[in-house]
Design a protein around this ligand. Structure first.
Ligand code: ATP
Ligand code: MG
Length: 186
């Protein structure tokens, strides 16, 4: 499977989400955007201005959409667009979807940094009014996203570490599994 994660808005969670999914799926990870993925995911992650199209890979795309990015978007089975709950993120996300949707086979929006009751529904409604056929998922504000990048462990690995971590990450892990399970066969 080929998966892409993209949003021109920064700080929405592209890198922690793509890294964790890649590690849990045993997939390669490529990015056109600088981050620590090559050191935390050796031999599997690569940062390059021109990512190459390979099977079993997740692409973490920051910045603007050039021809090379668009080519990989077209070949992706699913394009994930993380969007945090702030107004600016919603605006940039709508722009990103407008640019991507004509080329993508399937788009999934992941509402990130959800803090309180209603955040998910409000953000979802603000985006959904512009588009058809988009599926929405949510990920609550959590330390697990910082920890996945700092430790090089996936969200599943962090969750499974100790009884204490299972308790701390219970809700966000369940939300994360809803996304991971889109790409596994059980
Ligand atoms: N639910 C969440 N989903 C994603 N990130 C979250 C969440 N909750 C908190 N965070 C934090 O938000 C930040 C988002 O990650 P990051 O800044 O790497 O995103 P990005 O989209 O890759 O940005 P950039 O375009 O700058 O590379 C991280 O510091 C992460 O720990
Ligand atoms: Mg990033």
């Amino acid at each position: 499977m080929i998966l892409s994660i993209i949003n021109k808005k920064g700080g929405v969670g592209k890198t922690p989400i793509s890294f964790s999914l890649a590690k849990d799926l045993g997939y390669y990870l490529q990015s056109n955007d600088n981050s620590v993925i090559e050191s935390i995911y050796p031999d599997m992650a690569k940062i390059t201005e021109h990512p190459s199209l390979i099977e079993n890979c997740i692409y973490d795309f920051g910045g603007f959409v050039d021809a090379g990015v668009l080519q990989i978007i077209k070949e992706s089975d699913v394009v994930m667009i993380p969007c945090s709950i702030d107004y600016n993120s919603i605006l940039r996300t709508v722009e990103t979807i407008e640019e991507i949707q004509p080329h993508a086979k399937a788009i999934v929006v992941i509402i990130t940094k959800v803090e309180k009751e209603g955040d998910f529904q409000t953000t979802k409604a603000a985006i959904a009014q512009h588009f058809d056929e988009i599926e929405f998922f949510e990920l609550r504000l959590s330390k697990v996203f910082k920890n996945t990048i700092e430790t090089g462990l996936s969200i599943s690995e962090l969750y499974n570490e100790t009884p204490l971590s299972k308790n701390a990450y219970k809700t966000v892990y369940k939300q994360y599994l809803n996304i991971l399970n889109l790409f596994t066969n059980d």
